[in-house]
Design a protein around this ligand. Structure first.
Ligand SMILES: C[S@@+](CC[C@H](N)C(=O)[O-])C[C@H]1O[C@@H](n2cnc3c(N)ncnc32)[C@H](O)[C@@H]1O
Length: 260
């Protein structure tokens, strides 16, 4: 043994042990807290989290485990590469607290950003994010709505995006969203939406593990086969194309609906 190596004396050992107990107790406290939160309805979870940290959504589930800034910027970059221009009318479906919205409001001309969400707490946070970013003068329109009534914006859109929304809703809700979108897009307008692919088989009786989490096709987060979206637009004025992977950290794939 190298006699110059540092040694831990008796007091040192006690300090290390005390530290270890402290870390274990902290971990147990956090786990108990997380477990208690998980059994609450989602709106209650949000109230508790906002009391502890008004900007909890930046780190927690609305950020979908991904870095707030990175996922916001990624959405803007994707849309610009798809052709979004500042003069376009844009709709953010399930905009949440404006993770992407803040970047989009900054990029778009005054009054050209519209966001819709069913959660009043997220929309309140969205307004705070806009104020903190000094973007109130860009005059975005935010609407609370749980039925995708896009007509309430009183305009037709060039581009729309639903990022991490189809992943949390049933197929019937997706159908409602796409059918409302059909009448709110300009001819040639594009609606992008992300989804997570069902790894198969088509009918799943079992639960399965994704990224260490137990999943079940009957519950949020939902998994879909890409073919179901082709079936969805049959007989409509929309076409759908599977773009696939676009850099989402949890491998959500991108769809593009185009209004003829
Ligand atoms: C995982 S978050 C994604 C938020 C945002 N698109 C982003 O990428 O940061 C899903 C959002 O969809 C919203 N949402 C779910 N169902 C909805 C519905 N039927 N109408 C409007 N918003 C909905 C939720 O409230 C939530 O804000």
């Amino acid at each position: 043994m190298n006699d110059k190596a540092p040694t831990i004396d008796g007091v040192g050992s006690l300090l290390v042990a005390k530290d270890t107990v402290g870390v274990a107790a902290d971990w147990a406290r956090k786990s108990t807290f997380q477990a208690a939160l998980k059994v609450m309805p989602k709106h209650r979870q949000r109230i508790v989290r906002s009391r502890l940290n008004p900007r909890w959504y930046r780190w927690a589930h609305a950020a979908n485990g991904a870095h707030w800034a990175e996922m916001g910027e990624r959405q803007l970059k994707f849309l610009i590469e798809a052709g979004l221009e500042p003069s376009n009318q844009f709709l953010d479906v399930g905009c949440g607290p404006l993770r992407a919205g803040v970047h989009l409001v900054r990029y778009l001309d005054v009054g050209h950003y519209c966001g819709m969400d069913l959660d009043p707490a997220f929309l309140a946070s969205a307004r705070k994010e806009l104020e903190m970013a000094g973007l109130d003068h860009k005059d975005p329109t935010l609407l609370l709505d749980d039925s995708f009534r896009f007509k309430r914006f009183e305009r037709q859109f060039d581009f729309a995006l639903a990022q991490s929304v189809f992943t949390h809703v049933s197929f019937n809700t997706i159908t409602r969203c796409v059918s409302q979108m059909e009448t709110s897009l300009k001819p040639g307008g594009k609606f992008f939406a992300t989804f997570t692919r069902n790894p198969g088989p088509r009918l799943r009786h079992d639960s399965f593990v994704v990224g260490g989490n137990l999943r079940n096709c009957d519950r949020d987060p939902f998994y879909y086969d890409a073919d179901i979206f082709r079936w969805l637009v049959e007989g409509s004025t929309l076409d759908v194309e599977l773009i696939g992977y676009w850099g989402h950290p949890k491998d959500q794939e991108m769809l593009m609906f185009t209004k003829r």
